[in-house]
Design a protein around this ligand. Sequence first.
Ligand SMILES: [Fe+2]
Length: 219
Amino acid sequence: MIDRMSRSLEAGSTVVFTPHYSCSMNRKIVIARQSRSLQFIDRIEKEIHGELNFLNAGELMVQGRALNHLEEVRYPGTVWVLVEFNTGVTWIETLVQLKRLIKKGYMPLLAHPERYRWCRRKPERLINLSLIGCGTMVSARSFRSRKYAAAARNLLSEGLSHALCSDAHSPADMILDDELKNKVYKFSRVPWQILTGEIPEMILNDSRLPELPLRKLRG
Ligand SMILES: [Fe+2]
């Protein structure tokens, strides 16, 4: 998969690794996972001779009262934290937890909103989240899911996602290459370069993201 990435991505692109963590995870497990992730990055950086930049962060499952491991998973040098919830989470629970994160000084980036029932029913709720500073990121893995593909396409066609990520878990998964770009071009209201370049760069620069829906239509 790393070979495919280095062939498909522009030289100098940044890839952020986001292994799964959970707020309820034991601290020893968190530290061990971080260390494995850093070792992995170290190895592939040598393999591809610096053609891509790699950063280590995490995707944090939020549930219950504990909000642990935020420092360990945040995107390096930023207050952005990629968070996910169980798919059955309610809208109110999502809102409460995201506000708790914001109160703690972090900016939540909501992973794969298309998986949540509240979002499929009322996608305009993502506008409310963007107004309180929350980012949203559709996952390309959802395009291959019978349950989530239509919602993922709809969010992009309505400009209701700030960004698109590969969310690749295995070599069989899609990456941000021309095949995906051509697929997304058919339905996305927002240009590929914004979803996969400009907005991710804003996140890495620790900037606040624009309000949704993104209005810039392709020319
Ligand atoms: Fe996830």
